[in-house]
Design a protein around this ligand. Sequence first.
Ligand code: ATP
Ligand code: AMO
Length: 465
Amino acid sequence: NRARNQISSLSNFVEQKVLLRARVQTLRAQGTKMVFFLFRQRIDTVQGLLLVEEGKVSKQMAKWAGNIADETIVLIEGTVKQTQEAVQSATVSDVEIHISQLHIIAEPQMKLAFSVPDASRPDGMEDPEKQFKNILLDTRLNNRVIDLRTPTNQAIFKLQAAVSELFRQFLGSNGFTEIHSPKLQGAATESGASVFKVSYFKGSAFLAQSPQLAKQMAIAADFERVYEIGPVFRAEDSNTHRHLTEFIGLDLEMAIEEHYHEVMELLDQLFLHIFKGLRESHRKEIETVGKQYPADEFKWREGPEGTLKLTFAQAVDLLVEDGVERSILDDINTENEKRLGRIVKAKYETDYFIIDKFPMELRPFYTMPDPNDHTVSNSYDFFMRGEEILSGAQRIHEPGLLMEQMRGKGVDPESMKGYVDAFRLGCPPHGGGGIGLERVLMLFLKLNNIRRATMFPRDPKRLEP
Ligand code: ATP
Ligand code: AMO
C-alpha cells in the first residue's frame, strides 16, 4: 500500500526505491539480458531498465517483459539512478529506473489506430512526431481516447482547465457569483435561426444558445455580478475551423454605475489575468503543445498604453487604408477580421485588441443603442490573432425600448414574457459578455482548428465519440 511516485518528481529519489504506475510508451529488448523501457505519465517520460541479475530478475522475466505491448499500464518497483547523458526537455526525466518488479495492470485488447508519439525524442530525430502530424484530424478524432493520451493533448486540456480556473478566480475575487442557468428553454435565447429543437414530453423545447436571458434576469433580481461556465448550443451548419454546435461559454453580466466602459475594462483585466496566468504558471504545457503546433508567442500590450481599443469605424478605416472596398464593410466578415488582425499586429504589435461601437443593426435585440447616435451601439467584440473570442454589450434595461427593439428584430415579446417582465419590475443598468472557451485556447496556442481545443467536439458532421 505504498504511495505511488510521479515521473516528474523522480529526481528527488536518486538511489531510493520507488513505485510507479505508468504506460509503456515503447520497449526494446537487448539480447536476452536487458530490456529498455520508456514509461509515460501524461506529458512526462522516464527510461526504465530491466537487467537480468542472479537472485533478483530472472531470464524468464526479462523474456516475458520484452513482449509487453505498447500502451500497457504497468506497476513497477525499482531504484532511481542518475543517468549519464544530459537531458534537454522539461518533460523527460533526467534519471532512470532500474526495475526489480513489474506487474501488468491493464493492457490493450485491440489494435491501436496509431501509436502515441514519443515525446522524449528531441526535435529533428527520426521523427514519430512528424509522422503523427500527418494523421488526419478526423482519424484522430475518431480514435479520440488514444489521441488524447498524446502529450500534446494532455497539455492542451490542462491549459483548457487553467483558462476556466483563471476565469473563476478573477471573477470570484471581484465580487461575482457563479450561477447555473437552464439549458432547456421554451424559446430561442439569441436568434431563432440557429436553435436546436428537442422533443419535450408532449411538446418541444429548445437548447439554450447562451445564458443571455437568465444572466440578465439575475441582474434584475439584484445579484449585481454573475457569471456562468456552461455548454452553449448552436444549430449553425458552419463547417469551419472555428464553429462548434456545442461549446463552452464563459459568460458574465454586471450592473454598471455610469458607463459600459466599466464592463469593457473589467473584461480586459480578466483577459490579461488569463493570459498572464497561462504564461506564468503553465510554461511546460505551452512548450509541449508548441512541439506539435509551433506558434509565434501570443502578444499583448501592457503598461500605460494598455490594450488597443478601436471603434468599429476606426477598424473599417484601417481596412480601407489597406485596400478593402468600403462598400463591403457594413459588416466585417471572417476574412476581413483576419486581415484586420494582421494590420493591427504590424502596426501595434499586439495579438489582442478590442473593437467597440458596432452598428446597431449588427447586434442582437437586447443591445443598448448609443444614446447620442442610435445607429451605433454600446457593444464590443474582443479579438485574439484576428478572430473573435468575446461578444458583449450594455443591455437595454428599459422595457419600452426593449420591446421596440424586439419587434424591430422580429422577436415577439410575448414569447419571452418572463424576460421582459424582469425589466418591468425594475432593473439596474447592466452589461456583460460571452467568451468561447475553445476559441480562446485555440487562438492562444495557435491550434488553427477549434476541434483540437475540444475534448469530444460536436459539429454538423460529428456526434461521436
Ligand atoms: P458569433 O460568435 O457572433 O456568432 P462568429 O465568429 O461565430 O460570431 P458568425 O456571425 O457565426 O461569427 O459567422 C461569422 C463568419 O463565419 C461569417 O462571416 C462567415 O464568413 C463565416 N461562416 C459561417 N458559416 C460558415 C460556413 N458554413 N462556411 C464558411 N464560412 C462560414
Ligand atoms: P456570441 O453569439 O457572439 O454572443 O457568442 C459569444 C462567443 O462565443 C463563441 N462562439 C462560438 N464558439 C464556438 N462555436 C460556435 N459556433 C460559436 N459561436 C460563438 C465566440 C463568441 O465570441 N449572448 C451573447 C454574449 C453576450 O452578449 O453576453 C452571445 O452569445 O467566442
